[in-house]
Design a binder for this molecule. Structure first.
Ligand SMILES: [Zn+2]
Length: 699
């Protein structure tokens, strides 16, 4: 290699570093057409990106963010051009002139290690689902693009995938055409967006369609085998959509709105443009919807379609413009569904958590780019609630509309919003900004002052203050709480307080609370009951068939613990339940395995069923619980150890962290070590290396 080449390379690499996110003044990426092909057997992505670019300044090179590429070729107006690739950025070298319009084409193959995930449910090394998660600046891990969220472009997609799969991406589906044993799915967008909002899902899906009051197509995706979960999961979707569109006051800005559940998602949900991807832990049947409601996630991600997607922060410092708004509008949607008392109680809960954060000294200012999630989300929501109090509902609403319309499809800062509010309300917001946005202290007293304006909150706060009173002192307030019309949040507060009291009269109050027939109240009654006695036995037993798996499991345990004929309790409950989820099934099995009255022959199939729950077709939550149960029962099979090792290589952080901790503890034991060593041979070399690292067998 000649010296001159090395120097040229050095200069090029140095300028790569300098150019991070400063290309905005040089070039504008206007359109992106992505042709992507998913390989049926691996995580290989091959494709072609065609960008329409407009030069804003003369330049000798421009770059594209591109990670994990194994091969690439770049063309400018159809002529191949020189490139330098450092593993993160692809630098295109050519003389560019200001105001040139060019077509930039990249052919590539990538093997993404993050941002695109291939889910293999049955470990046959053929993926069942592919989904992406680009939040922040991760899309370039699988798709060469511009990660800078300030460069918005209009996207279209042509995605080739195995025929057995349905492909879902941002925009409007314009064509599905066969290509040998594959299908090509074409989606078009009309408006520009930041690249982190690009989304792709491929898998076994069906879709139910609906239309919003304003005529926007709504698409609810589901697994064909679980069609009965469609109605409970999406029960409020249309109402939330119609409510938010009216509440925000600006028409929904995209062609359609899709919601797609995926397996083993990293978070609760992600607001990709026109297409929310959500964790299928929220894709539930009717009972499950009472235990884990999708409503808040549903409304939160939808609100981002305006706050985040239509107007996007210029930088992390203004992240509350995404999360604070999405959290606040989600709360407003919940207020619409569940009433003022619920809304107020949620705000109170947020304030309590934020107050605690301040007390611990870990509080961050809202405009700090490194603010905690609690600050960006809950403090952000509170700042908006306080601002609405400050300027009035009408001014607030008008400001939000102006802010969105003035900045649509562009990027924004906190000033973009506050300036509009000041203009519309004709108020000086200096004090508001100091109290709510730049101070590191959460203004708890101010928050309480705002909350107390609502009569129900005054009642709630008075009742909460009873937490330190005696039963006799509180008795009258408890009775008032149960007078019609009752507020669920007040009754729940009372039930929680009753759990610490030992007075006989509390059982009458619990009876009255249970007579409300409220699933949430009942659940709290059961969860706060440590054991049965002659005063509560009948009441608790009456909740065995409540529409909540959590309640059923707790009632079962209380009854089982109390009974002399444990088998009868188990058989009886099983006979009554038409619906069962995995958690409840596991709990039932574990109780059976701990009961007398079963023969070993009868117990064996139960054990086999419990052992099966560690497999990768189950959710991370189910698998975590199964490992726990099996280890406690000292009943881990060879396959369970293999599953545990697989779990410790999983992509969901909370899941693999727990699996690794469990694996290490088991490896300290003779039996565990034997099985783990045995299983190690089933893994490929790369996984074996990782597992050895996890086990501390390597540096
Ligand atoms: Zn969010």
């Amino acid at each position: 290699m000649k010296w001159i080449t090395i120097i040229a390379l050095l200069v090029a690499f140095l300028s790569l570093g300098q150019h991070t996110s400063s290309q905005l003044k040089t070039v504008d990426f206007q359109k992106a057409q992505a042709l992507i092909s998913l390989d049926e057997l691996s995580n290989e992505v091959t494709g072609e990106l065609l960008f329409d670019i407009k030069m804003l300044q003369d330049a000798s090179s421009i770059f594209i963010d591109a990670k994990n590429l194994v091969s690439y070729q770049v063309f400018l107006d159809n002529k191949e051009v020189k490139t330098i690739y450092d593993g993160e950025k692809l630098m295109v070298q050519a003389p560019f002139r200001a105001s040139d319009n060019k077509k930039l084409k990249i052919k590539f193959t990538s093997y993404p290690s993050k941002a695109m995930y291939h889910i293999d449910e049955n470990n046959d090394r053929i993926w069942d689902q592919v989904w992406t998660q680009g939040q922040g600046k991760y899309t370039s891990n699988w798709l060469p693009c511009i990660d800078d969220m300030n460069d918005k472009m209009i996207w279209s997609f042509h995605i080739t995938a195995p025929k057995s799969k349905r492909v879902i991406a941002n925009g409007k589906l314009t064509k599905v055409q066969p290509d040998a044993d594959q299908m090509i799915w074409s989606y078009n967008m009309e408006q520009p967006m930041s690249s982190y909002l690009v989304a792709l899902v491929a898998g076994d899906y069906q879709v139910k369609k609906d239309t919003s009051a304003s005529g926007v197509p709504l698409e609810y995706y589901y697994y064909p085998k679980e069609e009965k979960k469609v109605a409970p999961t999406y029960q409020h979707s249309k109402e939330i959509f119609d409510f938010l569109e009216a509440e925000i006051g600006v028409a929904y800005p995209w062609q359609n709105y899709k919601q797609v559940p995926v397996k083993d998602f990293l978070y609760s949900g992600m607001e990709n443009t026109g297409m929310t991807i959500f964790n299928d832990a929220f894709f539930t049947d009717e009972l499950g919807a009472n235990d884990r409601s999708y409503v808040n996630v549903n409304a939160h991600e939808l609100a981002h379609q305006w706050f985040g997607n239509l107007v996007t922060e210029t930088e992390a410092k203004h992240h509350w413009l995404h999360e604070g708004f999405a959290s606040y509008y989600a709360l407003l949607a919940e207020k619409h569904l569940y009433g003022t008392a619920y809304f107020q109680a949620q705000l109170f809960e947020y304030a309590e958590a934020l107050n605690e954060q301040t007390a611990k000294g870990t509080s961050t200012a809202l405009l700090d780019e490194k603010a905690t999630s609690l600050s960006f989300y809950q403090h952000g929501a509170w700042a908006l609630h306080a601002l609405k109090e400050e300027v009035g509902v009408l001014s607030f609403r008008e400001s939000v509309i102006k802010y969105l319309l003035r900045n649509k499809y562009q990027n924004v800062t906190t000033a973009s919003f506050l300036d509009v509010v000041a203009e519309v309300s004709e108020k000086d917001l200096t004090a508001f900004k100091a109290t709510w946005l730049t101070s590191t202290i959460f203004p708890t007293a101010e928050a309480l002052r705002i909350l107390r304006k609502q009569p129900v909150m005054e009642q709630y706060l008075q009742l909460s203050a009873r937490r330190i009173s005696t039963f006799e002192e509180s008795y009258n307030s408890y009775q008032e709480t149960l007078q019609q019309p009752v507020e669920r949040v007040l009754v729940k507060e009372m039930v929680a307080q009753l759990s610490i009291h030992d007075n006989e009269k509390k059982y009458e109050l619990l009876q009255q609370a249970a007579a409300l027939n409220d699933v949430e109240v009942n659940q709290l009654i059961v969860l706060s009951t440590p054991t049965l006695n002659h005063k509560n036995r009948e009441l608790i037993a009456s909740m065995l068939n409540d529409a909540s798996y959590v309640t059923r499991e707790s009632v079962l345990f209380l009854l089982w613990n109390d009974a002399s004929d444990k088998r009868a309790v188990l058989e009886n409950s099983r006979a009554q339940w038409e619906e069962l989820n995995y958690n409840l099934d596991m709990a039932w099995i574990v109780l059976a395995l701990n009961s007398t009255g079963y023969t070993n022959e009868e117990l064996l199939p139960f054990l086999v069923r419990l052992q099966a729950y560690t497999g990768s077709e189950y959710s991370t939550e189910t698998r975590t619980a199964a490992f726990d149960y099996l280890i406690n029962l000292d009943a881990m099979s060879q396959q369970n150890y293999t599953d545990l090792m697989n779990a410790s290589l999983h992509h969901v952080w909370r899941f693999y962290e727990n699996a690794r901790a469990v694996l290490n503890v088991q490896y300290q034991k003779e039996k565990g070590q034997f099985f783990i060593d045995q299983s190690l041979g089933n893994f490929d070399t790369e996984s074996q290396e990782k597992l050895k690292q996890v086990l501390g067998l390597k540096d």
